[in-house]
Ligand binder design. Structure first.
Ligand code: GUN
Length: 283
């Protein structure tokens, strides 16, 4: 079994971003990411702090807009519009979840597609489907980079994705299809799940349930990618995969922590510098 090390691969991506940041700074452009957080969800705060820290590391300017839980939809929309119009801001990210009294879809659709570094806007989702997406959703894009770094060719492989969210499952399936994988997308209602997952050469678990993928669900020699971020019965961080048992069968496996999560932030940095380039250097 080979561990797919998110630390090493995300550092590789970040070094590439640093080179690009230096390049566009030399042309007088300072890449800038605006991060919006509404309310005081503890996990969201941790993610946002991590994103800001990584911006500092790669030389991207970050702006934080921390709004109270009581923020209205109109106020949030007003902020998004202001950031859309601000030429010094290249990326806009609204950390999810946002409070229930605000319609998430309305907010995400209001972010200008060229500044949508999460690639959640329908225009960017459409580009991903067609296969010409420039801004790719960070987690699926990070997984593709992990496969590439490890020299794992997707073409012709049976790929099984467990989870069909708009953030991970669906765009993951699209990127794998675009790489000529044979892709099956499962969900919580899928019948005979283990029979399907056992056929996977590449298995991506994005379920949100601790240790959901057990060894009997995995084919000998499979590549196992764990998108989960859960706590086990002892309160320890763990993924969607029963790592200790599955690692005995997998040819490659990502750990949690230290796996996909690190890639997500690195790809956000890459998207931000790509957005800054697109907005300034076109034509
Ligand atoms: N909440 C959980 N994952 C994400 C993500 O990738 N982007 C944003 N904006 N919020 C999230």
């Amino acid at each position: 079994m080979k561990l797919i090390d998110g630390k090493i691969i995300s550092e590789h991506i970040k070094q590439q971003v640093i080179a690009q940041v230096n390049d566009i700074k030399a042309q007088g452009i300072e890449p800038c990411l605006a991060v919006i957080i509404v309310g005081d969800d503890f996990a969201s705060r941790t993610y946002v702090n991590n994103k800001k820290k990584t911006c500092d590391y790669v030389g991207i300017k970050s702006l934080e807009y921390a709004l109270p839980e009581s923020t209205t939809q109109e106020e949030l929309l007003e902020l998004v519009e202001k950031l859309n119009a601000d030429k010094s801001v290249h990326g806009i990210l609204c950390q999810l979840p946002i409070p229930k009294h605000i319609d998430e879809k309305i907010i995400l659709n209001a972010i200008a597609p060229e500044k949508d570094v999460d690639a959640f806007h329908p225009v960017n989702a459409g580009h991903i489907m067609i296969g010409d997406g420039v801004l790719r959703p960070c987690t699926p894009a990070g997984i593709m980079e992990m496969l590439k770094y490890e020299g794992i060719d997707v073409a012709g492989k049976n790929c099984v994705v467990i989870g069909r969210s708009n953030i991970v499952g669906k765009p993951m399936a699209m990127l794998l299809i675009n790489a000529s994988g044979t892709v099956t997308v499962c969900n919580s209602k899928t019948q005979n799940l283990a029979e399907i997952t056992k056929k996977a050469d590449i298995l991506v678990a994005a379920v949100g349930k601790a240790k959901f993928v057990t060894a009997d669900m995995v084919k000998e020699g499979a590549v196992v990618i764990d998108v989960g971020m859960n706590r086990d019965e002892d309160g320890k961080r763990c993924g969607d995969v029963d790592f200790e048992a599955v690692k005995e069968k997998a040819s490659h496996i990502t750990p949690v922590p230290g796996g996909v999560g690190l890639m997500t932030v690195a790809m956000l940095m890459e998207n931000t510098v790509t957005a800054a380039k697109m907005q300034n250097l076109k034509g």
